[in-house]
Write a new protein. Sequence first.
Length: 243
Amino acid sequence: MTLLRDEDLAVAFDHASRSYDALVAANPGYHAHLRRSARRLGLSDRAEGLRVLDLGCGTGASTAALAEALPGAEIVAVDASAGMLERAAAKRWPQGVTFVHSSAERLAQAGVRGPFDAVFAAYLFRNVADPDAVLEAVRAALVPGGRLAVHEYTLSGRAVDRAVWTGVCRGFVLPVATLLGDGDLYRHLWRSVVEFDTAGHFARRVRRAGFTDVRVLPLPGWQTGITHTVVARRPGAGTEVGR
């Protein structure tokens, strides 16, 4: 199977949007892990008035994590899937949260412009065709000293973590998704993790993009060694990120 990209991937997410929240709710720690990654931006004590870009917001789980961690911040939430975005926008949100239909590669064309104080990207980078170009665009959109937190399925490189990920996908996620008519999407999601950077490789990619203070932080539970927060900072004013 070839990995889905661009319009094909957006269409697959459109179709899956009706059951997406129910599936992720079956993942222990899914929402708590997003909240932890949002806090790892290190901005919770001074969130009022900040501008934050939620890149690849899906049905709004990452947006909710940011809204909780950064009360009073302006959050611009972006996704390439119209179906996912429609479900996100239909939920109740605090003032200052807006949703924009756009791919990560076409933010300017959609009217999304910086500067932002922080960018949060959950489960995004393994799904874009050119992650280096997206990192370059993110860096350009940040203020000097601006923060980046990437919450991603990035394997540790250990064989056991790869085996656990494959076992969970084959034993639960893929059978359920196939029954729902979304087997192609979730086969893509399984393979996209296996074929993407390990956590260490992705951290090096972020450094090559010009970010500093790059750290790889683990997440607890069954996803230890499978999901990580990679935090970084655009050079300039500011302090080290991550907690």
